[in-house]
Design a protein around this ligand. Sequence first.
Ligand SMILES: C[S@@+](CC[C@H](N)C(=O)[O-])C[C@H]1O[C@@H](n2cnc3c(N)ncnc32)[C@H](O)[C@@H]1O
Length: 196
Amino acid sequence: MGQYFTNDENLKSEYRNIVYNYKEYTFNFTSDLGVFSKDRIDYASKLLIETYFENAKPERKILDVGCGYGFIGVTLSKITNSYVDMIDVNKRAIHLSNLNIKNNNANCNAFISNIYENIKDKYDVIISNPPIRAGKNVYMEIILKANEHLKENGEFWFVMNKDQGAKSTIEKIKDVYEVNVLNKSKGFFVILCKKR
Ligand SMILES: C[S@@+](CC[C@H](N)C(=O)[O-])C[C@H]1O[C@@H](n2cnc3c(N)ncnc32)[C@H](O)[C@@H]1O
């Protein structure tokens, strides 16, 4: 059985619809086999963006790293009136993200990138529910190298569970960023990293 971050050309398709409501906004997402949290909005992703909505400034240029079927990027773009680039290593995730950008009329662009390989621009905000199952090398690179793709005063937002090593990760990144935990729920920490 393939992992959600691998590309399996023989995997069949079984589209499904996921609805997300936030205040006056309603979003419809198409999901499929072979992508992360294919049947429901992931709890940690929802916690991350709803914490972001409560704290963030509108009209930012944002990068969503490991976008999956596009939940974070699409909702952020509409609700905060921002432009969002969305990247993932999984081709099916990018196909679904593009479908969901179009169907929700969002101001986003989704494309393949292994971590930051295809990223040339700099962003006000980089946001991620990082792929813990892809291994420590991958998720630590997503967290630490975000710094190189942030504008001055830029912010990196991510979510991690205490069982996935949230506390030790915070200790490891304190030299690079000014780190604040903005929310905690069910063991998940929403972590804001400010560029020094
Ligand atoms: C925890 S999931 C989050 C998905 C989506 N943002 C959501 O909230 O539903 C992490 C995502 O990272 C992607 N990913 C794994 N390894 C990656 C890599 N090396 N570069 C970019 N994305 C990667 C996976 O394919 C997956 O879609």
